[in-house]
Design a protein around this ligand. Structure first.
Ligand SMILES: [Zn+2]
Length: 154
């Protein structure tokens, strides 16, 4: 069964910092700044927007540096990359497993879905086929229940 992340489960920024330390990720000042921007963002945010915001805060960073930060933060399970939108969102629970995302094409809502078990099954099948994925993503773009007229939210 898929598990949707609930907004009420939002963790404190310090919880992400603690998880980074536990997982062995050194949170440099730049990585911490990028993580905080994503944690504070009300919607998925891209590397160029992050670079602009860092510049406004006096900590300018070239987008290539931001991309490296994003890569490390995603590897550590702190953020979720949204490949089709070229943006990132905070992981509701760090390193809980592998997240999929439900993306609303109308209101741009992004709902993470815990795919830990399903991800393991997929990896097993890929290994059976002799395939090792370098990048993995599960994204479903469509309409959220708030944007659907035929089946509004329960
Ligand atoms: Zn929507």
């Amino acid at each position: 069964m898929l598990t949707l992340a609930r907004p009420t489960q939002r963790l404190r920024f310090e919880d992400y910092v603690a998880h980074a330390a536990t997982g062995g990720l050194r949170l440099t000042e730049r990585r911490r700044d990028v993580l905080r921007l994503i944690w504070n963002a009300a919607r998925p945010i891209g590397a160029y927007e992050i670079a602009e915001q860092l510049g406004r805060n006096g900590a300018s960073a070239h987008p290539a540096i931001v991309y490296r930060c994003l890569h490390r933060l995603a590897e550590a399970g702190l953020i979720i990359p949204i490949l089709s939108w070229k943006r990132h969102v905070i992981a509701p629970v760090p390193a809980v497993g592998r997240w999929g995302v439900l993306l609303c094409s109308t209101c741009r809502a992004c709902t993470p879905v815990d795919l830990g078990r399903e991800h393991q099954l997929l990896i097993q099948r890929l290994r059976t086929a002799g395939w090792t994925p370098r990048i993995w993503s599960a994204e479903a773009e469509g309409l959220c229940c708030a944007c659907r007229e035929d089946a509004p939210c329960a």
